[in-house]
Design a protein around this ligand. Sequence first.
Ligand code: GLA
Length: 389
Amino acid sequence: MKQKVLESFAEHFGGEGDIRTYFAPGRVNLIGEHTDYNGGHVFPCALTIGTYMAARKREDRKLRFYSMNFEHLGVIESSLDDFKMGKEGNWTAYPKGMIWTFIKKGYPVEQGMDVVIYGNIPNGSGLSSSASVEVVTGVMLRDLFGYDQLTNTDLALFGQYSENNYNGVNCGIMDQFAVAMGKKDCAIFLDTSDLSYEYAPVKLENARIVIASSNKKRGLGDSKYNERRSECETALAELQKVSNIGSLGELTVEAFEEIQSAIQDPVRVKRARHAVAENQRTIEAVKALKANDIKTFGELMNASHVSLRDDYEVTGIELDTLVEEAWKCPGVIGSRMTGAGFGGCTVSIVENDAIDNFIEKVGAAYKEKIGYAADFYVVDIGPGAGVLE
Ligand code: GLA
């Protein structure tokens, strides 16, 4: 892959000089959905698929970008004097947002660069292709401009800042953190209230992680993501009138039930209930995984989906069909939607000898009901972002 990106770089920008290469993965969240902006826990892992980047510093202030995924767009040229706050209208809004963030945070970028990227994460599938581009850009800027004092956690925070302030999506920290901090064969148990984290080995023995992409396109910006976030904020403010809490993640389900009547709107009660219960489920799920109780882990995944469907209402017919068909298949340990929802992907844990049947049955039922095909990926957990040697 690295070779291919370097060849494309040579073709578009010439092969001379100091050309560096970088990688950042995509991610899948095993459990803990819509908890990261509510001070709760998440449990994502980095994938072996992701974004490759080749880059070379320039002497002037020009920025030249080429994506092997959007060949028809050709080389897109702009400059360090031309930030459009997410109005680029194409993929360069992500790397440009990251450059803008570096400058804003006090890490000057005074020289332009030539950049080629190639990604093998299906775009807009909910596997964090945008966080992957943000973080790989961060790794590149740190390397090219010698900002070695920046940690991968810093780059994750910069990525989130960029997404929030340059691209206008009010996302939490989960995606950028998973992409920057992933570890092979481990998921990250992250407490989003203080960014403390722990790596938990995912030893599935007889099973694999299978991702099903609904192929329903969505962008977070035009989804109801920001709306859910503000519903939770309003619910929290109502609860704070009767309780001394800083976030929904501080509540157990029992404590929530005692004070939930402070929330004035039944829809907001459901939203907050999901955030509280999902956080508790995530804590339970990690306990179960550590005890090698994969069955309980799977049951909690299923319960997560039900809560996202009924209380948080972010699933939709496509994701529900994929998950409900998965539940019918033998050898499925757990299945749920993953990521923001409203389209995107599901994640399932499926026993090895049941995978072929799973893909065939769920795929056929999906096509029959929805009218177009889903795509299936049996994935591996890989390391986080870094320089390619
Ligand atoms: C998107 C956001 C994350 C997180 C998930 C839902 O992926 O980028 O911050 O909120 O949705 O869990």
